[in-house]
Ligand binder design. Sequence first.
Ligand code: NAP
Length: 310
Amino acid sequence: MSIVVSIPGVDKTNWWIEQLQGLLPAWTIRSFHDPGDVEAVTYAVVWKPKTGAFLPFPNLKAIVSLGAGIDHVLADTKLPRQIPIIRTVGTDLTQRMREYVALHVLRHHRDMPTISANQRERRWKQLVVPPATNRTVGVMGLGNLGSAAASTLSALGFETLGWSRTKRDIEGITTFTGEAGFSAFVGRCEILVCLLPLTDATTGILDGRLFTRLPRGASVINAGRGQHLVEDDLLAALDSGQLSHATLDVFHVEPLPSEHPFWTHPHITVTPHIASLIDAPTGSRIVAANLERFEREGSVPDLADAERGY
Ligand SMILES: NC(=O)c1ccc[n+]([C@@H]2O[C@H](COP(=O)([O-])OP(=O)(O)OC[C@H]3O[C@@H](n4cnc5c(N)ncnc54)[C@H](OP(=O)(O)O)[C@@H]3O)[C@@H](O)[C@H]2O)c1
């Protein structure tokens, strides 16, 4: 079997090839830049592939997305649409996302941005916040990551709401579904966490209309995709006081350009797409297991639905 690997950055590509080769010693694993016999290549392992990247390989059986989202693969306008796409998901990713969401929800809940600003001014000011049991947090997207994050928030004591496309029953979480449930959901979220996949239906969902429906002074955490957020609407909502703070892990352009206003905004926390960053030693175990199973059985549970978009 032959695999080609494409990830931005030569060092990262080589790191993944080395890790995968250690787990799949009988497979030929090469970089997209030096693929060898293109007709022999049956799998492509990718993060943010270039447009037309798959065209040289006529015998691809599957594409592996090095992440939970497949938007970066579907963005290729020349993608051969019939090729199955395998997502890379697992307990390591959900654990990391649990940690990120708990960290930043607690940070918003306890108003750490204000406490940190006060420290810089040597200002001793005791802020009184309610206990988590009197704070309502909402999670948009209740898939692998969203459901794990919501359960973690519920275990911390937060009143936890969740919103998904189809009905989900998760212990301790009040769930809402589709358009019909959206207003009731957002109207209660004092802290809103976005863990949606990027699809036509979710692009730009974090916009001015949504922000005005949140309780005044609410905060937002976006660890989904940058294109979920309408950036100017966020700046306007922060300036007006409708929103108090935003923590953003994902951006329209990554890396976030150095001149971007988010870097220096007093009410925005920027993290560099690290909420649940997959590393080669951990991720290659998931990828190798999926490739071996796909080769054996012709399918895996982690297949994405390209029509649905996630
Ligand atoms: N920042 C990071 O480091 C990082 C890391 C990994 C992933 N991510 C992002 O997180 C996203 C979610 O990952 P996942 O593994 O949890 O995905 P997933 O298992 O596919 O779950 C997606 C969830 O979103 C819901 N959803 C999709 N479209 C919707 C819509 N139009 N309206 C309402 N709900 C909708 C789905 O509803 P149903 O339950 O009805 O299907 C499902 O609950 C990824 O796509 C990626 O963009 C970010």
